[in-house]
Design a protein around this ligand. Structure first.
Ligand code: XBP
Ligand code: MG
Length: 256
């Protein structure tokens, strides 16, 4: 029986609640900077989040709201340039301390490392965003806590395709039977499951009503002492917080 060797974390919505007050705001700043009257409200952004990838999300928005713009020459370059500007604004927000880690994340990372579990990241977001978030929240050595950071355009297909998880596993020299994914969205669960991984979900405002079929457990967070997490579906949380012992128990139970 394979034993749990590694935890593979999603970033947006899992390590930190980045979408509403981070990425969305950065997109709007990039649009304003380019003199565009495009503005993504909290609700509109929630709809657009079903498409993973920032460039892909701009294209989806144009398809739905400004189809004529997609016919203009050089539109691919314009989308790329807008997305680069968005990344610049987003990274500046992170460096300014705008986005903290979700409650319980740093505790779980510390516990996992102390327990000898290997740590990796599998995310759709741009690599510079991951580095900036980890440095801003965990210090200069934050990124080094993760053996592998698989992010962005490094794979041909984004979540819900399994590519980014398959890539992270290959980089670690592990099989899916030796790792557990931590996710927040239905696209992420499908990506991890299709890569053969077991997955635990922590929901957020944008994802709590999504379909997490196939997840081992669905919770509203990792929890902290004094601020307990709540089980929403799947395996019940025995205590107040998601800890390594609980993840190991759920993992072993799923893979008899
Ligand atoms: C979520 C995504 C990303 C971000 C925006 O990533 O879909 O596209 O919303 O980041 P995750 P970029 O897999 O971590 O949940 O603009 O850099 O794509
Ligand atoms: Mg996510």
């Amino acid at each position: 029986m394979a034993t749990l060797q590694a935890l593979i974390f999603d970033v947006d919505g899992t390590l930190a609640d980045t979408e509403r007050d981070g990425h969305r705001v950065a997109f709007n700043r990039a649009f304003a900077e380019a003199g565009l009257d495009w503005e993504w409200s909290v609700e509109r952004y929630g709809e657009l989040l079903r498409v993973t990838g920032g460039k892909e999300r701009i294209r989806q928005y144009l398809t739905e709201d400004h189809p004529g713009v997609l016919e203009e020459p050089g539109i691919d370059d314009r989308i790329r340039a807008l997305h680069e500007a968005k990344t610049r604004h987003y990274v500046a927000m992170l460096e300014g301390g705008a986005i903290p880690l979700r409650p319980g994340v740093e505790r779980l990372l510390d516990e996992a490392a102390a327990a000898g579990l290997r740590l990796a990241i599998a995310t759709t977001t741009t690599p510079a965003n991951v580095t900036a978030l980890l440095r801003a929240t965990l210090g200069e050595d934050g990124p080094a806590r993760f053996e592998v950071i698989a992010a962005g355009d490094i794979v041909p297909a984004k979540k819900p395709a399994p590519d980014i998880y398959t890539h992270a596993l290959a980089e670690m020299g592990l099989t899916a039977a030796e790792a557990l994914a931590l996710e927040d969205s239905d696209n992420g669960v499908r990506s991890a499951r299709d890569a053969g991984l077991e997955v635990v979900v922590t929901t957020n405002d944008y994802t709590r009503d999504q379909d997490f079929s196939g997840a081992l457990a669905v919770l509203d967070g990792f929890g902290e002492p004094g601020a307990p997490a709540r089980s929403l579906a799947g395996a019940e949380l025995p205590g107040d917080v998601v800890d390594v012992a609980t993840l190991r128990r759920w993992f072993d139970h799923a893979r008899p």
